[in-house]
Design a protein around this ligand. Sequence first.
Ligand code: ADP
Ligand code: MG
Length: 323
Amino acid sequence: MALSEFSLIERFFSHPDIVRDDVLIGVGDDGAQLRVPSDQTLVVSIDTMVAGVHFFPDVDPADLGYKLLAVNLSDLAAMGADPAWMTLALTLPQADESWLQGFAQGLSQLANGHRVQLVGGDTTRGPLVLTLQAHGFVPAQCIVTRAGARPGDRIYVTGTLGDAGLALRIMRGEPRAAVVAVDFLRQRLLRPSPRVEVGRALRGIASAAIDISDGLIADLGHILKRSRVGAQLRLEALPLSDAYTTVFMNGLDYVSALSGGDDYELCFTAPAHQHERIQAIAGECACPITCIGEIVEEGGLSITLHGEPYQPSSPGYDHFANG
Ligand code: ADP
Ligand code: MG
């Protein structure tokens, strides 16, 4: 049954499970009224997902709702921010109840886990496009940016790299893989884990950070550019999942790990003396953190495999270059 715009909003987006006391006015008025704690600054990030570009149109709507928030929480995590609120702009071809039900459920599942409240949005008719803006807090002095990497810093990544990119390659027909591996890799593509706790714990420890959405090479490249430094990466140190290495049993292919995109892991730099603290954070947050190289003064990004120079075949995803 088709719903009107207002009954749709009332039904799926007006009754948040999480009710925060810093929300003075949420969904239902012309704007939301929100209180930022006096000792904090506001960090805002927005992402759009377009059917056919960022997801297959027939994907489970619960996975979509989950991922739309996950990619935004990942951005907040990279800044060291604590998520608080979100606004949601939906462009829908039709008001399909079961689709909306699934979407709202997937979105709430992740939002509830991070105490994020939906405080407003916009709903229009048109080709399927989903936009979410996430808002979080960080004390002014604690913000982590892309610009602070210094020569001698170590380079770290959370989790494992390339799983989502490899899932996409497999779904497109190459390479072939066993069902268990495909299930794991697909799950990593559909439901990325935003590293919110790690990001928060890295305040005052990381010198620079970024979340990996377009592939390690491309995103580490942003840190290098903004920090005006170079880097040396050791390919054999990259954290790869068992599923990833199983797929490449007959010869490891690093393309997805380096340039696959959609990882939503953090890449960050920190002075060498923070190494033990970083290992402790990995334990506290139950999230692997791996040192993959060092920041150097200049020379862009150089990659070695067991000491030999390695030339990557593709730099990373760029919507305009690839489109
Ligand atoms: P306006 O016309 O004043 O912009 P709308 O009629 O678009 O307001 O929206 C009514 C209320 O519902 C507003 O509070 C708006 O923030 C909220 N809203 C609209 N769409 C969504 C959505 N997809 N998710 C959450 N809140 C929404
Ligand atoms: Mg209005």
